[in-house]
Design a protein around this ligand. Structure first.
Ligand code: ADP
Length: 190
């Protein structure tokens, strides 16, 4: 029955990349990332969980952002405070909807991770927690999404070493965790 545990941690430049199974809303991290939609008006999945846990203030801030700059295009990211959650900030990003893989979904997904980390750096966040963007309602196959995510995170941390000391991927279910463990081995292994 016993399986050899696969590594859940890797290094990229001066930062740690850590995988764990859990609920992103309870994470003690400077910033947590929300897999939002372009309206920024909340939704199901992790988006709903973040707004429920954080309270109404987050939605008020999202409304102000949309009033000022309009809907958030896929791949981009903006920050609000985190309301009642332990984190200081929520970074809202929009992943691609899976449409079969030939519509540039991989580039948009990588951009969502990279722009979130760029916003985190601008805020001065040292620890950043991500959910698995696009692999719920947006239907991105999780094995592929995990590889895109970890490659994007690694590239961003290597290109901009310093501020961010830990990127934590908080995966909600064992299947998603297993996909990220495999992708971590593929991306960071020799
Ligand atoms: P998307 O629309 O980008 O696909 P979803 O929220 O539907 O976003 O799903 C993205 C991932 O977030 C899924 O793996 C889902 O299981 C996971 N998820 C849902 N709730 C939470 C939570 N509280 N913490 C972390 N991950 C969560």
């Amino acid at each position: 029955m016993e399986e050899e545990a696969r590594p859940r941690e890797a290094r990229a430049a001066s930062a740690r990349v850590v995988l764990l199974q859990g609920d992103i809303t309870t994470q003690e991290a400077d910033a947590i990332v929300n897999a939002a939609n372009s309206s920024l008006m909340g939704g199901g999945g992790v988006d709903g969980a973040i707004h429920r846990a954080g309270g109404p203030r987050i939605l008020e801030e999202c409304k102000a952002i949309v009033d000022e700059r309009g809907r958030l295009p896929a791949g981009e990211a903006v920050a609000t405070t985190a309301g009642r959650m332990p984190a200081r900030w929520v970074i809202h990003t929009v992943g691609p909807r899976w449409q079969g893989g030939s519509r540039g979904e991989d580039g948009t997904l990588a951009h969502a991770y990279r722009s979130s980390l760029e916003v985190a750096r601008e805020l001065g966040a040292h620890t950043v927690a991500f959910p698995s963007i696009s692999t719920g309602a947006y239907g991105y196959p999780v094995a592929e999404a995990a590889r895109v995510a970890l490659a994007a995170i690694r590239a961003e941390l290597e290109e901009h070493p310093g501020t961010i000391a830990e990127v934590r991927l908080v995966l909600h279910d064992p299947h998603t965790l297993a996909a990220f463990e495999q992708a971590l081995a593929d991306t960071f292994g020799e």
